[in-house]
Design a protein around this ligand. Sequence first.
Ligand code: F6R
Length: 241
Amino acid sequence: MKIIRTANYEEMSLKAAEIMIDRIRNNPEITLGLATGSTPRGVYQKLIKDHVQNHTSYKKVKTINLDEYMGISEDDPNSYHYFMKTELLDHIDIPTAQTHLPDGRAEDLHAECANYENNIQSIGGIDLQLLGIGENGHIGFNEPGTPFDILTHPVKLEEDTRQANARFFNSIDEVPTHAVTMGIGTIMASKEIILLASGANKAKAMSLLINGAIHESVPATALRNHNNFTIIADEEALKLV
Ligand code: F6R
């Protein structure tokens, strides 16, 4: 585990974008595992800026997202499909067919999870996975108690995760109760993993991630067993470390 400590959110975003751009330029056919949420927004803005200014190309890049809510349509502004389109994918030259998110409206969710997992395998796995972290230590929507070897699966969201995500919705009642997520086993199979964290609300989770026991009660601690895992986090997020 490598830790890159940055002064603030801006510097965290810049550092992560620099690493991602380096990997994309070295491997133009790279498969990127991507996250949604507040944390990676700044990174995506920097990737777009670099694409416009320096013409880094995504024509052969593939993207695989971590998760999607269950039961909301792709056009819903709160869906992760919509987030990815508006925050990144519509602004770079990646063909839509090369971008993947779980279908949260699939009739047979278990079949959708198996398909998603097979799809990741068939394109040769994830080269670089970008992650955020939940205040309870979740990664993707793998909540505390999730087995470390689980693959893509449907999940019931914890109430504190729904509360934390309610800021994106009109009210807590609109926050979906379930989601589809890559499993910890899926994430761990990525060749390289970068986890981002910013702000004091992540300090407890980051302290447990870095110094706590490796245990299913804090899903992110599984990452300490990965041989190419980098944390990029700001001072506030690392203030208890
Ligand atoms: C998002 C995801 C989640 C978030 C985490 C942090 O695709 O899988 O695990 O990374 O909930 O969210 P933010 O960045 O909004 O604090």
